[in-house]
Design a protein around this ligand. Structure first.
Ligand SMILES: [Fe+2]
Length: 353
């Protein structure tokens, strides 16, 4: 947020070709915000030149330059690229939501919206940006350093687990598809924001990093593991978490590491409490780990491994459905099944065979 926003009301620029919608925004927001309105591209640029907003509400569908094209312009213009943009749309096309996030939107509001929810979402966006600004001023909390650390850890993990080919790429893509869809659902829309989407997607590739500590004769064994060997294999969750804990001692302000630890430690927990290492159940299992569990098992079923053949993708969907509510979070399974077309495309595109 700008200093003016901290001292006075934050400034919101609302861009929509509907004059009645702009009037509605002014009515709903002017108690808490300084509201500027623009009904087309030219007026928007004039407003941006007059005074920099703290957040932009941008209509997806506008004549001429549409919302996504305008979003691109903002993202590629140095002086505007840091302004958070919340897309607003009356259509329900899931592709529009995904494409908005890919192009850098901070949030996505469906019309008709609840005015109180709109206000809360704007506040959350402003808070996220404010925190990011404070963090960016501290070199030790630099986001790029966190991302570099994650990539280094993932590279280390993948050199050790070389039989799985594009496994880590697929996991990341499955997780992205699932978490974006979950963000739109009634069940999870208040729990998942853009920071969560990016964090969980970016960290998915770290889930099995603890396998670096598993001996070769167990990790690469072509036959089924003995009970004793399986006990050793299970320690990849706790050993991996210990690695993250050591990093947390050196980098206590890296919030990414909290989520990384949840994913690594808990991705083999089960909804019914029969998983490992702690036997957590239901929503006691961190949401990030519940998401990874579905993507990980789905990939394990559908791809060939040294110890088993690949099963048809339809069988993997059936198994997830059968184990919804026992192994997996039932709400997340139904969301995963609802994007089965996108999941199938990812599976076919990044297939090792
Ligand atoms: Fe694992």
């Amino acid at each position: 947020m700008t200093e003016r926003a901290i001292l006075n009301k934050p400034r919101v620029l609302c861009i929509d070709d509907s004059k009645s919608q702009l009037t509605l925004f002014q009515f709903e927001l002017s108690d808490s915000y300084e509201v500027a309105v623009a009904s087309n591209y030219e007026e928007s640029l004039a407003c941006l030149s007059a005074e920099m907003p703290d957040v932009i509400l941008l209509d997806m569908n506008m004549p001429g330059i549409d919302g996504l094209e305008f979003l691109d312009i903002l993202r590629y213009t140095p002086r505007f690229k840091a302004i958070p943009v919340m897309m607003v749309s009356g259509d329900q096309d899931p592709e529009h939501l995904k494409e908005s996030f890919r192009r850098g939107a901070s949030d996505f509001i469906h019309k008709p919206y609840d005015p109180e929810e709109l206000d809360l979402r704007i506040r959350r966006t402003l808070n996220v940006i404010n925190q990011a600004t404070v963090k960016a001023k501290t070199p030790s909390q630099d986001l790029s350093a966190q991302q570099l650390m994650i990539q280094s850890l993932a590279d280390l993990a993948s050199t050790r687990d070389n039989e799985t080919g594009q496994h880590l790429v697929r996991i990341e893509k499955y997780v992205e598809a699932l978490v974006i869809e979950a963000a739109k659902s009634e069940k999870f829309k208040d729990k998942i924001d853009m920071v969560f989407v990016e964090t969980v997607t970016g960290l998915a590739k770290l889930h099995d990093i603890g396998k670096v500590s598993i001996p070769d004769h167990i990790l690469h064994k072509p036959e089924r593991l003995t009970p004793k060997e399986f006990e050793v294999m299970k320690t990849h969750t706790t050993k991996g978490a210990e690695t993250i804990e050591r990093l947390q001692e050196s980098f206590p302000t890296f919030r990414y590491l909290d989520t990384a630890k949840d994913i690594i430690l808990y991705h083999h927990e089960r909804w019914d409490g029969k998983g490992y290492p702690e036997g957590l159940a239901g929503e006691n299992i961190p949401l990030s780990a519940r998401i990874i569990a579905i993507a990980d098992v789905f990939d394990a079923i559908t791809m060939k491994r040294v110890y088993k053949h690949a099963q048809p993708i339809i069988e993997a969907f059936v198994l997830l459905n059968d184990e919804s509510g026992s192994h997996f979070d039932p709400d997340l399974v139904s969301i995963f099944l609802s994007v089965s077309k996108a999941i199938t495309e990812i599976h076919n595109r990044y297939n090792d065979q």
